[in-house]
Design a protein around this ligand. Structure first.
Ligand SMILES: Nc1ncnc2c1ncn2[C@@H]1O[C@H](COP(=O)(O)OP(=O)(O)OP(=O)(O)O)[C@@H](O)[C@H]1O
Ligand SMILES: [Mg+2]
Length: 374
């Protein structure tokens, strides 16, 4: 996949910008605060329909402007798609179109193979389990429309169960009331857990290989799934998960009533990164943590490759904290891409390698929300 044309209007610090691209590596260079991340964010919004940086659409609109509008021409599997995304402040109205046809749920109809690395991704390793659950949900949901449905129904049942746990009514047996919600929680929750387990097992295999390849002579990377009190790579078949789930529920049932909220289920899951069997969150260096995220992204690239797809890469500030050897190793990934957008603050000597390595490598400079080809 590659982006052919891009039009950015009143988006972040871009007033009006029109650009044309080809397949290849685009190096977006500029000083701090000039609009490099914003440019990548605009491509991200076109591909996914929403930003990774904010849920508030009005944050994306150029200050004091009435709307933002993005248009892109995307080349995917021998076809061209015109994608438009816009937001109108006054009506708080968002529009999302593909080939002129409105569709809010574009991402479930048409999946663009995009692999991105943004500085926010580091939170995946550095922060609490919620980030990692979000990551699992997003990644799995992208390729599996059933998953999003299970998640929604699970959350609904969980909400109802928590409400019941909070409002104990005298004379009514709580078990009878809780039972139907627990049934739903186990049904949908087990399906979430089973899929998450499968994905983590795959990530563990692929990311482990890539971590070794990109960062050889380094400790081993292992990714472990933690759910229902088990720490493993997967809990097996869905029937097995259901059985374990019911067991967990009866184990915590007294505590749940005491505390007034639900204590077992995929809303408590985690995904743990281990470097040489030690928790990377606590012991890995900054470069190693970045390496883990890059290896995870490389696993995604591999996944697309196995499906015969060449994805679009959006790489925002991927190289800082990495030494030259590791940067060099990252280049090998670019060969698997249909197109790469990479941001840097200044052109450094090692960049010359890009030019010799990739014959279709282009430099763009960004200053105060304006892009120039150089
Ligand atoms: N809605 C908006 N309207 C206008 N300007 C905005 C808006 N949101 C952010 N900005 C401005 O955009 C600029 C930041 O751009 P961006 O994040 O793309 O910088 P960058 O080039 O990636 O810098 P760095 O190298 O520091 O990461 C800031 O000056 C910020 O004030
Ligand atoms: Mg930036």
């Amino acid at each position: 996949m590659y982006l052919k044309d891009l039009q950015v209007v009143n988006f972040r610090n871009y007033k009006h910008q029109e650009l044309t691209f080809k397949p290849g590596v685009f190096i977006v260079q500029g000083a701090n605060g000039q609009g490099k991340s914003n440019l990548l964010e605009s491509i991200y919004v076109l591909c996914f329909g929403k930003s990774y940086r904010t849920h508030r659409e009005h944050d994306l609109v150029f200050w004091q402007s009435p709307y933002y509008y993005l248009k892109g021409l995307v080349f995917l599997e021998e076809r061209l798609y015109q994608v438009e995304v816009g937001y109108e402040m006054a009506k708080q109205r968002k529009v999302h179109k593909t080939n002129g046809r409105a569709g809010r749920h574009l991402s479930s109809e048409l999946l663009f193979p995009v692999v991105f690395f943004v500085p926010e991704d580091l939170e995946l390793v550095r922060r609490g389990p919620e980030e990692r659950r979000k990551y699992m949900d997003m990644e799995i949901g992208q390729g599996d429309p059933l998953y999003a449905g299970y998640l929604q129904r699970y959350k609904k049942a969980l909400f109802q169960k928590n409400r019941l746990l909070k409002t104990r009514r005298p004379g009514v047996s709580p078990d009878a009331l809780l039972r139907p919600w627990n049934e739903q929680i186990v049904y949908f929750g087990s399906r979430l857990i089973q899929r998450r387990g499968e994905f983590v097992r795959n990530w563990n295999r692929l990311a482990g290989e890539h971590y070794q390849r990109l960062f050889e002579h380094e400790p081993d990377l292992e990714i472990v799934y933690e759910s229902l009190g088990c720490t493993c790579q997967s809990l097996g078949k869905v029937e097995t998960v259901e059985k374990i789930f019911w067991g967990e529920l009866s184990r915590v049932e007294g505590k749940e009533r005491e505390r007034g909220f639900s204590l077992a289920g995929p809303h408590k899951d985690d995904m743990i990164f281990l470097l040489n069997h030690r928790d990377a969150r606590r012991f890995a260096s900054h470069g190693q943590q970045r390496g883990i995220v890059i290896a995870l992204k490389a696993a995604q690239v591999q996944y697309y490759k196995e499906m015969g797809k060449k994805p679009l890469f959006l790489l925002d500030d991927i190289f800082s904290e990495l030494d030259e050897i590791r940067r060099e190793k990252c280049y090998t990934l670019f060969e698997e891409a249909g197109q790469v957008f990479l941001t840097i603050t200044r052109k450094e000597k090692y960049m010359d390698n890009f030019l010799t390595r990739f014959n279709n490598c282009y430099f763009l400079s960004v200053e105060k929300g304006q892009v120039k080809e150089i």
